[in-house]
Design a protein. Structure first.
Length: 342
């Protein structure tokens, strides 16, 4: 296939670009706006690859999207482009609606008009909202509780409507909390790892007992690829790691792996509407032949090692726009926070 992968310079997208290029039958066109979390350094290893092309652009730019799909004779689209961080969505909800809903609509219509054979919308388990007990299945009601998760729910519902209305072959994936190398350091694990490397305080929201199902990025990308190639049109597929851990436990594992004291932990005021727990039932995708293979202990250990060995990747990021964001988000919280165990 000639695959248009949007958001391919980001965390999950860059891993997926490399995975798809490992298959000799694919050509990958990476379409990315290169906003704050898009980083071409994530793709240095493939920049000269004969089956890889990069186009800088916004998925809301309809003429550009249409020309890229037409000029590259695109067979399939994987939409990873998104605004993704809950805290940023609280500060600027409009940009999330623009990219995650309007941009998805532009992609869908351009792909439909061009006769694209396959379209996969990458979504999130956060569309289910907070799950106090049990697991979320794909037929459960969507109940997003943040501007981020609401925008992702809007985008995937629009995508699925294209199957119902036009019989356009759309598949949706809902991934759980993903971690690994090359993740922008505002996210929980890379933020705590890089702070711990520098012996800086780790801001833990609320009581730290929020529970997440952690999914290695390699397993997530394998799930996306599997659903893209084998999923039933008009169907959503959960992708989870089966590794439920509380945030406090993950923070302590990070500190232990780096030989740092738990005194670096600070309980800070919680984010508004913070979901308590996510957990997904992945039996639908497992029945297609996918399953996660990376244990959380091994995956976290490798992730910590990567950030420790690649300071040249993350230090420039944390000294730029991110530093201003971090100060706005955490400075007062840390000043008013309480030490672990106090």
């Amino acid at each position: 296939m000639n695959i248009l992968l949007t958001g391919g310079a980001g965390f999950i997208g860059s891993h997926l670009v490399r995975r798809l290029l490992d298959r000799p039958e694919h050509q990958v066109i990476n379409f990315d706006a290169l906003r704050y979390s898009g980083n071409l350094a994530n793709l240095e290893s493939v920049q000269q690859h004969p089956r890889y092309r990069f186009v800088q652009g916004d998925i809301c730019d309809q003429p550009l999207v249409e020309s890229v799909i037409r000029d590259h004779q695109i067979d399939g689209v994987i939409n990873c482009a998104a605004e993704t961080h809950v805290d940023r969505s609280i500060l600027d909800p409009g940009s999330f609606a623009r990219t995650d809903v309007v941009g998805t609509g532009v992609l869908l219509e351009a792909a439909r008009q061009a006769g694209v054979r396959r379209f996969l919308q990458v979504s999130t388990d956060e569309v289910y909202g907070s799950v106090e007990t049990g697991t979320s299945s794909e037929t459960d009601r969507l109940a997003p509780r943040s501007p981020y998760s609401a925008s992702k729910a809007g985008g995937e519902l629009l995508a699925l409507s294209y199957w119902t209305t036009y019989q356009f072959p759309v598949v949706v994936t809902r991934g759980s909390n993903t971690y690994g190398s090359h993740q922008y350091p505002e996210k929980f694990i890379p933020l705590f790892v890089t702070n711990a490397i520098d012996a800086q305080l780790l801001p833990l929201y609320g009581d730290g007992r929020q529970c997440r199902d952690w999914l290695a990025v390699e397993d997530h990308c394998a799930g996306i690829e599997h659903a893209f190639l084998h999923g039933e049109p008009g169907t959503a597929y959960n992708i989870g790691g089966g590794n439920e851990r509380e945030n406090l436990t993950v923070a302590e594992m990070i500190l232990d792996s780096l030989g740092q004291s738990k005194s670096l932990l600070r309980y800070v005021s919680d984010r508004p509407g913070h979901d308590r727990r996510y957990a997904v039932d992945c039996s639908r995708l497992r029945e297609l032949g996918w399953k996660p293979v990376v244990s959380f202990a091994d995956g976290l250990r490798e992730t910590v090692r990567w950030y420790h060995e690649h300071e040249s990747w993350w230090r420039p990021i944390k000294s730029g726009e991110f530093k201003r964001y971090y100060e706005e988000q955490y400075r007062r919280r840390l000043e008013e926070g309480t030490a672990c165990g106090s």
